[in-house]
Design a protein around this ligand. Structure first.
Ligand code: DQA
Length: 147
């Protein structure tokens, strides 16, 4: 089974973008770590980043038929704006965990609402890029229990 890691807008800048908030790890570092972690558990993992809402929607739609069993998503700013992203995730009915690198609840008021959280399996925020590893650990456990 496959695990899909979706990374929303501006996350291609990770490592250089506001490092005091988001740290110095790059998206490529994250992918490498997660791929190793998934492989060790017997799963394949693909990461997809886009700055375009429709590209993320299309990738979610494709996940319905490409063997994706679980999605880990950092929707970035689309968290707070995108009904379309919510509808896509609800539409494909693939379980997902929402990850935020920063503690969105300790930041601006506009970051404290998510269009996705209430339909997510769980939400991780504020633990830095370790949040992705923890999400993957939880995803693997669920998939193994299902098998
Ligand atoms: C983020 C938090 C969002 O509010 C922000 O727009 C991002 C990143 C995070 O990972 O902390 O781009 O999702």
């Amino acid at each position: 089974a496959g695990i899909l890691v979706l990374q929303g807008p501006n996350l291609n800048l990770l490592g250089t973008r506001e490092p005091h908030i988001y740290g110095s790890t790059t998206l490529a570092d994250i992918e490498q770590r997660l791929q190793a972690q998934a492989a060790a558990a017997g799963f394949t993992l693909e990461q997809f980043q886009s700055n375009a809402e429709h590209e993320l929607l299309n990738r979610i739609h494709a996940a319905r038929t490409d063997g994706t069993a679980f999605i880990i998503i950092n929707p970035a700013a689309f968290t707070h704006t995108s009904v379309a992203l919510r509808d896509a995730l609800a539409g494909v009915a693939i379980p997902f965990i929402e990850v935020h690198i920063s503690n969105v609840h300790a930041r601006e008021a506009f970051r404290q609402h998510s269009y996705l959280s209430d339909i997510a399996i769980g939400v991780i925020a504020g633990l830095g890029v370790q949040g992705y590893e923890l999400a993957l650990q939880a995803a693997v456990k669920r998939l193994q229990e299902q098998a």
